[in-house]
Design a protein around this ligand. Structure first.
Ligand code: NI
Ligand code: MN
Length: 226
């Protein structure tokens, strides 16, 4: 599986057999993304919650490629109400799709859509494909149950916010890494806007957890996951 990080919480996963999964594709309104909505395609779109900086350009992309949305029940119903295909799930549940397995986790945050529709609970997501387990926490504060998430699933890659104000800041993210015990931690949800400007090198320096390496991705960079 390959991972391309667009910036903010937006990532693209490409499986070995060529399936493309987008998570929270906020591109056109995102001043830091070098990639715009017209440049991507999708077979699946996973949304962690209903905020505009996470739904992003999902519907414009879906107009062209008819992906299957995967989200918690209320957000999936919202997506369906807009005329798109959605698979309804909820927190704690996992399901096998043709590209791999998706499991939703808790996240401590909000989830109202830009047009003021209640979109259920915000979530994080564990995507397991090609032998790799990737945990994208979504927008969240620090919570102790992250320990349980790391105990139940060996997390190879953890994508977690460090930008503060709306989510965990650096110090809480460092603790989150200790709790989850991932192989590699990738900071997200920072420097998109001045209010979430931080230095990711500070995060790298503060993570001293012995099992975890920090990988800071350039906006637009693609890496092979293994
Ligand atoms: Ni949010
Ligand atoms: Mn956000």
């Amino acid at each position: 599986m390959r991972l391309r990080y667009f910036s903010h919480s937006a990532v693209q996963l490409t499986t070995a057999d060529g399936k493309i999964i987008l998570i929270d594709p906020f591109l056109d309104g995102n001043p830091t993304s070098p990639v715009k909505a017209k440049d991507v395609r999708a077979d699946f779109i996973i949304l962690t919650h209903g905020h505009g900086d996470h739904i992003g350009d999902s519907f414009a992309i879906a107009d062209k490629y008819d992906p299957l949305f995967i989200c918690v029940n209320e957000l999936a119903d919202y997506v369906s109400s807009k005329g798109y295909r959605a698979h309804n799930m909820h927190i704690g549940g996992a399901h096998n799709f043709d590209f791999g397995r998706v499991k939703f986790t808790i996240a401590h945050h909000g989830s109202m859509t830009p047009d003021n529709t209640y979109a259920g609970e915000p979530s994080g997501v564990i995507v397991s494909a090609d032998g790799v387990n990737l945990y994208h926490t979504g927008d969240t504060g620090l919570f102790y149950d992250m320990k349980l998430i790391g105990e139940m699933t060996r997390i190879d890659y953890m994508l977690l916010p460090i930008g503060d104000n709306f989510t965990m800041g650096i110090d809480d993210a460092v603790k989150a890494v200790e709790l989850v015990n991932p192989g590699i931690a990738i900071p997200i949800h920072y420097n998109t806007f001045p209010i979430i400007a931080v230095n990711p090198e500070e995060f790298r320096q503060k993570v001293t957890h012995k099992n975890t390496k920090v990988k800071i991705l350039q906006f637009g960079e693609e890496i092979e996951l293994k």
